[in-house]
Design a protein around this ligand. Structure first.
Ligand code: NAP
Length: 473
């Protein structure tokens, strides 16, 4: 199968293609078009030409288009899950869950499209402001470049395209090179749903070459990026005065306080640490357990992790499959070995076979080790002990990242203390930091990014606030 670019409402051939391989079986799935700079330029032109039409489209029509996309996903949910599973090596169970969330995201986008509005402004609150009627409106920002990562290839596209279309913008979408098919599938759904030609364009190829064209083009008004901090920083520093939102990585932590019910908590933490091989931006990487319960916790945790099944992502019962690339397997091994050489205890895993890194549990890891202070993005978790809640909060905050954090506690004061003091975008009390539903505000502080997603919040980022003031005689 040859996958062409999607520009201006039609497929467009180009001169070169790359082989997309299944990360687990290494079989070729499709040949994917590599966009040249003039293809990217054509996509931006198409989006620019369509911008006025989208801005003029009534909100109920934008809402209907988004609702139809959700409907097509519902009809083809199994096919969509297979696409994700094959190109991302995401276990089918997790891929199905992603499709269900993608449906919700487009439904929320459809609802938000109908309620974008401003507010009245009390101009007479300032001397000289009297005699005026003023209000704000939210207008579409124009052409938005959306750059997405491999790990949630449908739902993270939805978190950008959904609110962008809800707000009346147009989009040039650049999906991750490993997961282009999920994005092209969504473009097809939008086309079938009646989105005007050029309102959504998909270009594939190397992130740096396409990225550089998108970042520099004056017709693009905003870049919404989800991916690694290195690329996010590059985009921010090179995109001039464009609006930029960045959803970046983390080394998320969870605190487990004394006296919590371990039978309930441990399976949740195992899910948070190992879903999709730990390749989730809010995967649990660091677990801080009260010293009174640490030994019991470690023993029970390891027993629970041993239940995870590794294998082909297309098998119904697989929990853990191949990492996204061989390079990531090698890097993970190196980081784990370094931590062990520095004194960490290896309780489970630590190696790989057939591209699958075994679920790995380390204990007593120094915070300066890469498995702790860098984002590992692999099925590796470490467990350290704490004595007081102050110490636990300090340990969580001792990070250059700050996306979400979780705390399990029976002490309301500890919960409130954590809520106030944790330096993150979201605090989950009695829940794992990996928890997300698609309408909640979501985003990070520090190196985890800037701006918020969650459809309503993304719509705010993707609109310009305009003030209108009437001076009355
Ligand atoms: P990545 O390597 O940064 O790639 C993300 C996207 O950026 C891809 O489409 C990539 O294209 C593109 N890209 C690469 N270099 C670029 C450049 N110079 N200019 C413009 N675009 C460029 O990230 P990834 O490995 O796909 O995803 C994993 C990362 O995403 C992790 O750090 C994870 O935490 C983060 N993430 C964050 C969130 C969140 O909401 N906070 C959610 C999910 C993932 P190519 O694929 O062609 O290189």
């Amino acid at each position: 199968m040859k996958q062409l670019l999607w520009i201006g409402g039609e497929y467009r051939a180009t001169t070169s293609y790359f082989e997309l391989k299944n990360p687990y079986s290494l079989e070729t799935i499709a040949d994917i078009a590599i966009a040249k700079p003039d293809d990217v330029d054509a996509a931006i032109s198409a989006a620019n030409q369509s911008a006025a039409k989208m801005a003029a489209m009534p909100s109920y029509q934008r809402a209907e288009i988004l609702e139809k996309v959700a409907g097509f996903l519902e009809e083809e949910r199994e096919e969509c899950a297979r696409v994700i599973s094959e190109e991302a090596a995401k276990p089918l169970k997790a891929a199905r869950a992603e499709v269900e969330r993608t449906i919700m995201t487009y439904k929320f986008a459809s609802q938000e499209a109908r309620r974008i509005h401003g507010e009245t402004v009390p101009m007479d609150a300032a001397p000289g402001g009297e005699g005026r009627l003023a209000f704000t409106v939210r207008e579409p920002i124009g052409v938005i470049a959306a750059i997405t990562p491999f790990n949630f290839p449908m739902n993270l596209v939805a978190h950008k395209v959904g609110p962008a279309i809800a707000a009346g913008n147009t989009v040039v979408l650049k999906p991750a090179s490993q997961t282009p098919l999920s994005a092209y599938k969504i473009a097809e759904f939008f086309h079938r749903a009646g989105l005007p030609e050029g309102a959504l364009n998909v270009v594939t190829g190397s992130g740096s070459s396409i990225g550089d064209v998108l970042i520099k083009d004056e017709r693009i008004k905003m870049i919404t990026f989800t991916g690694s901090p290195e690329v996010g920083k590059y985009i921010r520093e090179n995109s001039g005065l464009k609006r930029v939102t960045l959803e970046l990585g983390s080394n998320s932590a969870v605190i487990v306080d004394d006296k919590v019910n371990l039978e309930k908590v441990i399976p949740r933490i195992v899910t948070g640490a190992f879903s999709y091989q730990g390749q989730v931006c809010i995967s649990i990487q660091r677990v801080f357990v009260h010293e009174h319960i640490a030994d019991t916790f470690i023993e029970q945790f390891i027993n629970e992790v041993k239940k995870l099944k590794t294998g082909n992502p297309l098998n119904e019962n697989t929990d853990i499959s191949a990492l996204i690339s061989k390079g990531d397997v090698e890097r993970t091994k190196q980081w784990v070995d370094e931590a062990v050489a520095a004194g960490a205890g290896l309780k489970l895993g630590g190696d790989s076979s057939d591209g699958i890194f075994q679920p790995t549990v380390l204990v007593d890891v120094q915070s300066t080790e890469k498995v702790s202070c860098e984002e590992i993005f692999a099925p590796v978790v470490h467990i350290n002990r704490f004595k007081t809640m102050e110490e636990a909060i300090e340990l969580v905050n001792d990070s250059k990242y700050g996306l979400q954090a979780g705390i399990f506690t029976n002490d309301i004061h500890h919960g409130l203390q954590a809520a106030k003091k944790l330096e993150v975008g979201g605090v989950m009390i009695n829940e794992i930091p990996t928890f997300r539903v698609d309408q909640m505000p979501y985003g990070g502080v520090k190196l985890s990014g800037m701006g918020r997603e969650g459809v309503k919040y993304a719509v705010e980022e993707m609109t310009e606030l305009k003030l209108i003031s009437f001076k009355m005689e």
